[in-house]
Design a protein around this ligand. Structure first.
Ligand code: 1QQ
Length: 414
């Protein structure tokens, strides 16, 4: 077994071990059986908790993102309930593992909608999964808040879909501009992307157009790969031979991390911009010391100065012993906006007197009403299509310790 292979296997063992822990936690918060399709949560005298579905990847390589999402969601659940729940009624998360593919997301969504009778779903992890699973929720009139689906066209899947994850065109260009600021002599650029992933395909379109049309740089080569690939010898060799000053990668964490590592191992010395798939500290376990220097645009900063972010960041650091990542911040925000919109619905007309169907519909229209939310992402709202309206974006650069064991995203002053 090659060094590279055994490393990938180790990574997968690490992911599935923590997935087991997460699965054990999730069975402790099993679905609320007391809610029937016609009886609203909290409608009976017992005041049952209001179930919110969390359908993200707790297993597979996509759990490199999903782990942070589960952690962020759980902090939000506690924070909402510590602050009075939904005007006195607590919320309760129902976790369903989507794993990393479309079928996993479809099954998780169906279970959350039909068995757990959730009022709304935060999920799935990937745009590739959202295009398959969101139409099911939309048809069932269950609001979805996408925590990490950044491909073009997500809110347009249907009227019940909205996202707290700003789209690729709002975020990705910032990293290119930061790289150009770091090295104004950049002339030649190469791009690589995962051709079996909807987000990666969408993001590379934005990257390529900014490189050529806006920055007027030469796009020397476009390399493609699969999110399941582990051997990037061909792509890394082609990128090296292209003699570029900048390589721009759109993929997910395990694949992109391996591409970065193999490219650096071959001797590439230029700059690297990574897209949203490289936006997790879990990437550092893949490319280790070779992750150093990657530029990644961010839709969240742990330094955002508002009381909600402060409460979130402090709780997350106490719980996880690390700074919250963008995916954690966005998933916290997903739960938060659902809870705050539910409070508004309940104020107008008590949830306990409404059917589940009515709650879902009213919740969805409240989310899309232009209501403003002060969140870890700053003050946000949704337009009437469900697209997030967000004003603050950032760029960070990966800084690894020399031994490659620990690293962090260092935020740059734009
Ligand atoms: C998408 C993404 C991924 C990087 C989320 C993990 O942005 O699939 O839309």
């Amino acid at each position: 077994m090659s060094k590279q292979r055994s490393f990938v296997v180790n990574l997968m063992v690490a992911v599935s071990a923590s997935a087991l822990i997460l699965a054990a936690c999730s069975s402790a918060t099993t679905p609320n059986a007391a809610v029937s399709p016609t009886t609203a949560p909290g409608a009976d005298a017992k005041g049952d908790a209001i179930p919110i579905g969390i359908g993200v990847a707790q297993t597979s390589n996509v759990a490199l993102f999903g782990q942070d999402q589960v952690a962020g969601a759980k902090i939000a659940e506690k924070w909402i309930n510590d602050n009075g729940g939904i005007n006195g009624t607590p919320i309760k998360l129902v976790l369903q593992d989507t794993a990393g593919d479309e079928n996993g997301a479809i099954n998780a969504f169906q279970s959350l909608i039909n068995q757990s009778k959730v009022v709304a779903i935060v999920g799935p992890t990937l745009s590739q999964q959202a295009f398959a699973a969101d139409p099911i929720a939309d048809k069932a009139k269950v609001p979805v808040v996408a925590p990490s689906n950044t491909a073009k066209g997500i809110p347009q899947i249907g009227p019940y879909i909205q996202r707290v994850s700003a789209p690729v065109n709002a975020v990705a260009p910032n990293a290119l501009k930061a790289a150009l600021k770091a090295n104004p002599d950049i002339k030649k650029v190469a791009v690589a992307y995962a051709q079996n992933d909807a987000f990666s395909k969408s993001e590379t379109v934005v990257f390529q157009s900014v490189v050529t049309s806006e920055l007027k740089l030469e796009l020397v080569t476009v390399q493609t790969f699969q999110t399941t690939d582990t051997d990037f010898t061909t792509q890394a060799t082609n990128l090296l031979n292209a003699k570029v000053d900048l390589v721009v990668i759109s993929g997910l964490a395990a694949d992109s991390g391996n591409l970065v590592k193999q490219l650096r191992d071959l001797g590439y010395k230029g700059l690297i911009v990574g897209g949203n798939g490289l936006n997790t500290p879990n990437l550092f376990t893949v490319c280790k010391a070779q992750c150093d220097g990657i530029f990644v645009a961010q839709a969240y900063s742990a330094d955002t100065d508002n009381p909600v972010n402060k409460a979130f960041r402090d709780a997350y650091m106490a719980d996880q012993k690390k700074t919250p990542s963008q995916f954690a911040g966005q998933t916290f925000t997903g739960v938060q906006v659902i809870a705050e919109a539910l409070r508004a619905v309940d104020k107008k007309s008590k949830l306990s007197g409404m059917t589940l169907e009515q709650i879902r519909t009213e919740l969805n229209s409240t989310l899309k009403s232009g209501m403003k939310f002060t969140t870890p992402l700053g003050v946000i709202s949704f337009d009437n299509q469900g697209e997030i309206l967000q004003t603050q974006f950032y760029v960070a650069q990966v800084k690894m310790d020399a031994d490659g064991k620990a690293g962090k995203f260092v935020f740059l002053n734009n």
